[in-house]
Design a binder for this molecule. Structure first.
Ligand code: GDP
Length: 213
C-alpha cells in the first residue's frame, strides 16, 4: 500500500538523540543542495506527487530532523490534538547537510558531531543513503562520510540525484566519475530523480530490504 503520511517528529537538541519511534530508520546524508528534501518528498508522495510535506530547515543547522512515515489512518479518527491516529512504520532522518562553504569552524564541528552521534549510536538505524549530485565529482567530504559508514558497519546505498539533468550521452561518464571517485562497484550509484521518479521504485526496494519489511 502507498505510504499515507509523513510527520516531523523531533529535532536533535544538544547532544541528545531524538526519541525512538520503535521502527527502523533510514538516514539521508549528503552535501547541502544535493536534493535530500526533494528525494524524501518524492519517496513518500503518492502517484502523481500530490503533496510535499517535508519542509526545509533554512540554513545550516546541526540538527537531525526525524520524520515518521505513518501507516493508514485508523477508523475512529483523532487523538484529540488534531494528529491522525496512525502508527509510525518507518523513520527518515535528515542529517545536517555538509559542505557549506562559509561556516565557522564551530558550526562545522557541531554538524560533524551530530552526524557521528546519530550514525554511531542510533540503534534503529537500518540504512544510510548517501546522495551525490549526478553532475558533480565526489569530493573529500563525500568520501569521508562513506568511509565513516563503512567503519561503523552501516549498510549504505549511494544515489546520484537529479539524473533528469543529464543528457542521455552524458550518463555513462557521469556515473563512472562518481563510481571512481567513491570506489564503488559496477552497477552503482543508483540514478534517481525527484522530478521524473527515475530510481524511486528501486530505492524503495532497497529500503524495504534493509528494514526487512
Ligand atoms: P537539499 O538541500 O539537499 O535538501 O536539496 P533540495 O531538495 O532542496 O534541492 C536543491 C535544489 O535542487 C532545489 O532547487 C531542487 O528543486 C533541485 N532538485 C532537487 N532534486 C532534483 C531533481 O531530481 N531534479 C532536478 N532537476 N532538480 C532537483
Amino acid at each position: 500500500n502507498a505510504p499515507s503520511d509523513l510527520t516531523m517528529v523531533g529535532a536533535y537538541v544538544e547532544n541528545r538523540l531524538p526519541p525512538s519511534l520503535g521502527v527502523p530508520e533510514i538516514a539521508f546524508l549528503g552535501r547541502s543542495n544535493v536534493g535530500k528534501s526533494s528525494l524524501l518528498n518524492r519517496l513518500v508522495s503518492k502517484a502523481g506527487g500530490d503533496t510535499a510535506r517535508v519542509g526545509k530547515t533554512p540554513g545550516a543547522t546541526a540538527s537531525v530532523n526525524l520524520y515518521a512515515l505513518l501507516g493508514p489512518k485508523r477508523k475512529g479518527g483523532n487523538s484529540g490534538l488534531g494528529a491522525p491516529d496512525a502508527k509510525p512504520i518507518l523513520g527518515f532522518a535528515d542529517l545536517p547537510g555538509f559542505g557549506y562553504a562559509k561556516l565557522s569552524k564551530e558550526t562545522k564541528e557541531g554538524i560533524e558531531e551530530t552526524a557521528e552521534l546519530y550514525l554511531g549510536k542510533r540503534r534503529e538505524l537500518a540504512l544510510g543513503i548517501l546522495l551525490v549530485d549526478s553532475r558533480r565529482v565526489p569530493n573529500a567530504d563525500d568520501r569521508a562520510v562513506l568511509a565513516a559508514c563503512f567503519d561503523l558497519g552501516l549498510p549504505i546505498i549511494i544515489v546520484a540525484t537529479k539524473s533528469d539533468k543529464l543528457k542521455a550521452n552524458e550518463v555513462e561518464l557521469a556515473m563512472s566519475t562518481i563510481r571512481d571517485g567513491l570506489g564503488l562497484p559496477d552497477g552503482q550509484p543508483l540514478r534517481i530523480s525527484a522530478v521524473t521518479g527515475e530510481g524511486i521504485r528501486d530505492l524503495w526496494g532497497i529500503i524495504l530490504d534493509a528494514c526487512e519489511m
